[in-house]
Design a protein around this ligand. Structure first.
Ligand code: CA
Length: 583
């Protein structure tokens, strides 16, 4: 009895008479595959590679959540704060959490004491478009791995914080950077790149997570070559992506954007990784006729070969910076594996995860000016021509093209903040924003390291009383089941639990828990700065914990125009909070 108890406390199976030796075993593929259902740890961005952000835990539930109190809080310190968009990871008694300016901390999960910190030395001249954020790390074996603002991957020893390997992904002086959490699936480290506003070329890379050695790379803009790499790092060509000039006449595909800046998800039942791609570059769409594949798309990659299995373009020939990077979250609907995507362009898409066929598409915001809907037969948007900013060569306003008012604003009906899916309520919980923009096009030419937009803009709120709207979305009917309005734009992610709860944060500083069925607010806590990061939950011993990072910033204060002015009273910060039920 005693031995059994100790063994179960240690998490060791009692399979033989040999003395139980407890190794600080590393994170394995099998553990990552079970991340969504094993509540003892949080090993991946998305709380499972499918990205559902659903926890089976029930100790904190609709009845008990009112007793949720802080267990500890940890400050990221430093003079520089800015946006904190990171999702913590939990493993082996430690929390691994990244901060702004490419910092990462290991914290004792029980006490909140700092175990180590790694602060990446950033060069002058990094070019993050949208604040100095980082969204989280990945765990593999004894390593914790994250991307930096100067486009490097850093792998650290989980126990010591010492660098084990380091790889340069690309040239920061050309506008490349990294802000997404890496994805680990089937023994591969899968990463994207940021920099779509500087004419980079988006791609997905697969590496050996233990060494950083490249396995394959797959560009996301038609015309570019993919590569496979052998053990010595020697590259062999692995096929051109698409057909050169098919959807990109001329030369602009060479600097075509399609940045994979939010990373990806992976579904073991399809064997596919799903990466979203950003805007085609430049923003001025009149310079690049055609669909501009595979920009503003979801791209499904066979992770063994790195080949594109299917793609679905949410905004063909984008002219509004409607990056299609939003996470593709797989789930079951009518016995089939689907993917849900709340796109920056204002439409929610339900797509067959296996073959990319569109099943359903409907608006999840109230005002959309660029298309009247999505044709479910062809999968293409029904464009509203008046919604596109005018051609500057037509010179309606001097060197500027005609200004149009467009909604959603380019910061999106949804941006980087990940949604959650609850298989019990069968609802997606989507942090949406209602805003629009004046946008116009200008002439532009590519210059390495320069902004490559050819557009000007000012964002405006659409309503007096709110911009953000936390919405429960039924993927089958397209109905909004409930919504909670929020004064400031929502910019944090969402988590849902088998305790019947939805957790999300607000720029006003609150972490909130609401009833997953009704949207009724059941609990809130003021974290001291704006929450622009997704919460997580796990169980240690018999206690369920909830954690969220706090620290206002991100793209809104930098690019939000009239909206930025409206929320300029919000204070910066940088900390992580952990909660549990009061005894
Ligand atoms: Ca963009």
């Amino acid at each position: 009895m005693q031995r059994k108890l100790i063994a179960s406390l240690l998490g060791v199976a009692l399979s033989s008479a040999a003395p139980a030796v407890v190794y600080a075993a590393g994170v394995t593929d099998a553990m990552i595959a079970k991340d969504a259902t094993n509540p003892g740890s949080v090993l991946s961005w998305g709380m499972g590679t499918q990205g559902q952000r659903f926890s089976p835990l029930t100790q904190i539930n609709t009845k008990t959540v009112s007793k949720l109190v802080p267990a500890w809080s940890f400050s990221f310190g430093g003079e520089k704060q800015r946006g904190q968009e990171s999702q913590p990871l939990i493993y082996n008694g430690k929390m691994f959490v990244t901060g702004s300016y490419s910092r990462i901390y290991a914290v004792d999960m029980k006490t909140g004491s700092k175990l180590w910190k790694y602060e990446h030395r950033l060069p002058d001249g990094i070019m993050p478009c949208c604040d100095v954020v980082n969204r989280g790390a990945a765990l593999y074996d004894n390593l914790v791995i994250f991307g930096t603002l100067d486009a490097q991957l850093i792998a650290l020893d989980q126990d010591t914080g010492k660098i084990v390997w380091k790889e340069k992904v690309d040239d920061y002086a050309a506008g490349y950077s990294m802000s997404a959490a890496p994805l680990i699936a089937k023994g591969l480290l899968l990463t994207g790149v940021s920099g779509g506003e500087f004419g980079v070329v988006g791609r997905v890379e697969a590496r050996d997570p233990k060494t950083g050695q490249l396995v394959w790379s797959r560009p996301m803009i038609e015309g570019h070559m993919g590569y496979k790499y052998d053990k010595d790092g020697k590259a062999t060509e692995n096929g051109i992506t698409g057909t050169t000039n098919k959807s990109w006449p001329g030369d602009l595909w060479k600097t075509g954007g399609g940045a994979t800046w939010l990373g990806g998800t992976y579904d073991p039942t399809t064997g596919l990784a799903y990466f979203g791609t950003g805007n085609p570059a430049p923003w001025n769409s009149h310079l690049r006729p055609g669909d501009n594949l595979y920009s503003a798309s979801t791209v499904a990659l066979d992770i063994d070969s790195g080949q594109i299995k299917w793609s679905y373009q949410t905004t063909p020939h984008d002219g509004w910076d409607y990056d299609g990077v939003n996470e593709f979250v797989t789930f079951d609907m009518d016995g089939k594996r689907m993917g849900g995507k709340a796109d920056r362009n204002g439409f929610f898409y339900v797509i067959d995860a296996k073959d990319g066929k569109l099943q359903n598409a409907f608006p999840f915001v109230n005002k959309i000016t660029w298309a009247s809907g999505i044709d479910l037969k062809t999968g293409r948007p029904k464009f509203l021509d008046k919604g596109r900013p005018g051609d500057p060569t037509k010179g309606e306003e001097g060197k500027k093209g005609a200004t149009v008012f467009a909604a959603p604003a380019f910061l999106g009906a949804k941006n980087q903040m990940p949604m959650a899916y609850n298989p019990q309520t069968k609802l997606f919980y989507v942090p949406a924003n209602e805003w629009g923009m004046d946008i116009w096009n200008e002439p532009v030419s590519y210059k390495k390291g320069g902004a490559f937009l050819g557009a000007g803009f000012t964002i405006h709120p659409l309503n007096e009383d709110y911009i953000g709207a936390m919405r429960a979305v039924d993927p089958k009917t397209g109905k909004i089941v409930w919504e909670i309005k929020n004064n400031a734009p929502l910019w944090g992610g969402v988590m849902t639990t088998a305790g019947g709860l939805v957790f999300y944060g607000t720029p006003e500083g609150f972490l909130k828990a609401v009833d997953a069925k009704s949207g009724k607010e059941l609990w809130k806590f003021q974290t001291g700065s704006g929450v622009v990061a997704p919460p997580v939950t796990w169980k240690d011993g018999d206690t369920q914990y909830v954690a969220v990072v706090s620290g206002w910033g991100g793209a809104v204060p930098l690019w939000g125009g009239e909206v930025a002015k409206k929320v300029n009273f919000l204070e910066q910060g940088g900390s992580v909070w952990v909660f549990k039920l009061a005894k």
